[in-house]
Design a protein around this ligand. Sequence first.
Ligand code: ADP
Length: 260
Amino acid sequence: IPRMSKGLPMKQKIPNVKRIVLVSSGKGGVGKSTVSVNVALALRSMGKQVGLLDADIFGPSIPKLMNLSGEPRLSEQGKLLPLSNYGIETMSMGYLIPAESALAWRGLMVMKALQQLLFEVQWSNLDYLVVDMPPGTGDTQLTISQQLKVDGAVIVSTPQDIALIDAIKGITMFNKVNIPILGLVQNMSYFVCSNCNHESHIFGTDGAKREAEKQKLELLGSIPLSEDICSQSDLGKPVVISHPESSIVQPYLDIARKII
Ligand code: ADP
């Protein structure tokens, strides 16, 4: 890794990738991977060439969400060739080792695997690489933020998460490493009844908006709590692909439009 005089690693680009967008969250289970996949597909639907990098080494979700499995082949240069579906190239630790294996890894092995995911993948010419980050603000997040020339980060949060200001820690980290924050996404914001389409704003309506204003961030979108989003994710057919005409897809398209 090239280093600057202060000993800090120099930020690098990923070969063939024009722009890198991180999707991050304060904690797990708030819908970060679901947002990553659907926003990546939304960008693709707008004619962009898109890659999706699953940087969650301990809990990779991209293979299941994108209905992909199997081992990546190697290019002639010995680089990992991405696996593709729905017009998007993807790379994940989930393709390389069984899910349980990484859990027993020491820090050094994790860092080696991360370097491979970041710099040893043979992407096609991509307009956007969407990086599904691990939750929180640990070593992996810091390494990515310090080593990659990132164009911006999207922070995903639920209304309660915002209340607990977990998301704020992520914002602080990105500020420290000079990564611009593109904005906040509020997931599971309100409930839409699948029978009558009534919207229930269970957690109130303005929490995220107020917090975004307080942090001087844009609220990129509010995504409803929806049975379809959950079940389609489980089937490996994200809603942007399976329900393109549905209103639940709109927030993902809005977020993609604001990122471009
Ligand atoms: P994270 O990446 O933050 O850990 P996931 O994207 O894996 O979170 O989502 C966690 C769970 O919540 C998954 O089962 C997913 O299908 C579900 N989920 C995510 N967003 C929504 C939503 N808007 N409505 C309903 N279920 C959702």
